[in-house]
Every structure is written in C-alpha cells, then in structure tokens.
Design a protein around this ligand. Structure first.
Ligand code: C2E
Ligand code: CA
Ligand code: CA
Ligand code: CA
Length: 278
C-alpha cells in the first residue's frame, strides 16, 4: 500500500506539473492580455468628400505573444462571452485618448472618433463614465465621439440601452448603426435609438459598379437617410468607381482601403501631420 500511494502521489505530481506547463487556452491568454494591456487600438482614417481626414475608427488588434497580431474576429466573441470586452474597450479608449491629446493641434475641430461597442455594453454605465472621462480630456467641440453599434445581433434590454444612449447623447456623443443592411432590425433600431449616422456595410459598397449586381441597397439607404436627416458613412470603399458613385449621391463620409487601412496610432498621427502641412 505504501508503494501504491507513492505511485499515486507521483503521478498526481506529474499531472500537476504538466498542467502548469500546458499551453495557455485562448481564454486564459485573453485574461492575461487584458491584465497586461496587450491590445493595440489601430485607427482607420475617415475622410470627407475632399479626401481630407476628418476622423478615425478604433479597430482593436491583439498582439499575441506567440501568434502575433490577431484580428478581432479571433478574440472579440470570446471577449464578449467572458465579459472582458468592457475592460478592453476602456483600455482602448484610454490609449487613444493619450495619443490624441499629445497631438491635439493636428486634429481638425469636431474630429470624429468612432468606437465599436458590443451589445452587452449597451447596459454598461462604466462605458458611459469612460466616454465622459475621454471627452473631458479635450476642449469642447474638439472631438465628436461616435458610438458604433452593430446591427448584426439584436440588442437585448432595450429600455436600459435607450437610457444609456440618452446619457451618451447628453455628453454630445452620436450613435451610429454599423453594418447597416445586414441585420434584421434596421428600421426599428433607427427609431428606437435615435440613430445619428448609418454605416453602409461594405458588402453593399462592393457591389457598386459590378454589372450583374446593381446598387439598389445603397440607393435605398441614401434615400432613407436623406428623409430622416441622418448622415452616412460608406465603409469598405476600395476603388474610384465606388467613390465616384457615392460622391454623386452626396455621401458625407468615406472609409476604406482606397484611403488607408487601419493604422498604428503613430502612423495615423503622421498622416494628420502631413495633411496639416498641405
Ligand atoms: P467593423 O466595425 O465593420 O469594422 C470595419 C472592418 O472592415 C474592419 O475589420 C476594417 O479593417 C475592415 N475594412 C476597412 N476598410 C476596408 C476595405 O476597404 N475593404 C475591406 N474588405 N475591409 C475593410 P477588422 O479590423 O477586422 O474588424 C472586424 C470587426 O471587429 C469590426 O467590424 C467590429 O465589428 C469588430 N471590432 C473591432 N474592434 C472592436 C472593438 O474594439 N470592440 C468591438 N466590440 N468590436 C470591435
Ligand atoms: Ca465599426
Ligand atoms: Ca461596419
Ligand atoms: Ca462590417
């Protein structure tokens, strides 16, 4: 029996050792990354019809110690189910704030800063506090904060969400409906949430100019937005044909690889500096 218990103890020891040395699961790695603040908020320029940068969308990347740069679709869903998304958004806002404060003279007034939130954040008062803190770091009117809400998933507790959006609006933030046209709740969302901006999904922009796939959806969104007095951002603009079509329809804001991809904040600031020298 002594030998038996020794063997049991030894194998338990080995198993524990193996446990300690096993590769981290994605979930554990994500927890660690949040506590190390390992995410990088890239900034993708948003331009006006003259081609001038008038804002940016924050798009997160995870600088994973082993796998390198990871794209949002590889970690945002897990961040949502684990609740880590709250902390990640807060860290992203704080990093972006530091970059922009340092280079404030380069920012055009009313600079659009767009940040994505997940449906579970629509009930989160600390998100409101983060936005308040962010905006209070700049002179009034310097930054137009835009909260991008995806239409892909339904937003749950509607009354709480509406209350949060009302509070955000009192800060001067605007609400944008992202991926517009891909979900099912488009029209009811516009009403309920008093949407300020529609972002036409890139899948529709892609169809512009292709012969067999007409751009009815884009035309319809433009009509709708005009009637409701809502501004439009076209996302995923990749070529001049698309741009020309969108300009003809008086779209206010453009975003896509035709202008720039999502950039490291330092490079984004260089772009602004170059623009201010023109
Ligand atoms: P999204 O909000 O629709 O962001 C636009 C996506 O289109 C980005 O992908 C961007 O890199 C990509 N894109 C920009 N221009 C072009 C173009 O001309 N052509 C094409 N084909 N793509 C273009 P990304 O960075 O991979 O982000 C994917 C999604 O992840 C975002 O889609 C957003 O829903 C989500 N996401 C990113 N950052 C955050 C975040 O901080 N919080 C939350 N909740 N979601 C985020
Ligand atoms: Ca977005
Ligand atoms: Ca989008
Ligand atoms: Ca999209």
């Amino acid at each position: 029996p002594v030998i038996l218990s020794c063997i049991i103890a030894l194998s338990a020891g080995i198993m524990f050792y193996q446990y300690l040395n096993r590769p981290l699961s994605l979930r554990e790695a994500l927890y660690q990354a949040v506590s190390n603040d390992d995410f990088i908020p890239l900034l993708q320029p948003i331009v006006n019809p003259h081609g001038d940068i008038c804002g940016a969308e924050v798009l997160l990347r995870w600088n994973h110690p082993k796998q390198g740069f990871m794209m949002p679709d590889q970690f945002i869903p897990l961040a949502e189910t684990t609740g880590l998304i709250h902390k990640m958004t807060s860290q992203a806002l704080s990093k972006v704030k530091n970059h922009l404060i340092e280079h404030q003279p380069l920012l055009p007034d009313g600079f659009h800063l767009a940040i994505n939130i997940s449906p579970e954040q629509c009930n989160d008062l600390t998100f409101y506090e983060d936005c308040q803190h962010f905006l209070s770091s700049f002179p009034n009117g310097k930054i137009q904060l835009i909260i991008e809400l995806t239409e892909r998933e339904l937003i749950q507790s509607t009354t709480r969400a509406i209350r949060l959006f009302d509070k955000l609006r009192t800060l001067g933030a605007q609400i944008a409906l992202d991926d517009f046209g891909t979900g099912h709740a488009s029209l009811s969302y516009i009403n309920q949430f008093e949407i300020d901006i529609l972002k036409i999904d890139k899948s529709f922009i892609r169809k512009i100019g292709s012969l067999d796939r007409p751009s009815h959806i884009v035309d319809n969104v433009v009509d709708l937005a005009e009637r409701l007095n809502i501004e439009i951002v076209a996302e995923g603009v990749e070529n001049l044909t698309q741009e020309a079509y969108l300009k003809q329809r008086h779209i206010q804001y453009f975003q896509g690889y035709l202008y720039d991809k999502p950039l490291a904040p330092e490079i984004f600031i260089e772009r602004l500096a170059r623009q201010s020298r023109k």
